[in-house]
Design a protein. Structure first.
Length: 84
């Protein structure tokens, strides 16, 4: 059985902006992404016509650098800037 990637599971510090969405860290990147999707789906922020796009509310705009809409691939890159 292969070992889990320890770098992927390493707890990371969460910025204040991101903590407003996913809660206080430190937590692994996988947990941050999971909680981010719970937030997005709970607030119905996925674009209904193109599910790959996320329409940001005020909390997510802070995480997304002020952008109104981002696609899910861009979201990962923007969230990485809030993890140390």
């Amino acid at each position: 059985m292969p070992k889990a990637n320890s770098a992927f599971m390493k707890p990371l510090n969460v910025s204040d902006e991101l903590a407003a969405v996913v809660g206080n860290g430190p937590m692994p990147r996988s947990e941050v992404v999971k909680k981010l999707w719970v937030y997005i789906k709970g607030k119905n922020l996925q674009d209904p016509t193109n599910k790959r796009n996320i329409n940001a509310d005020e909390n997510l705009k802070k995480v997304f650098g002020g952008k109104e809409t981002v696609n899910m691939f861009e979201m990962t890159k923007l969230v990485s800037k809030h993890l140390t």
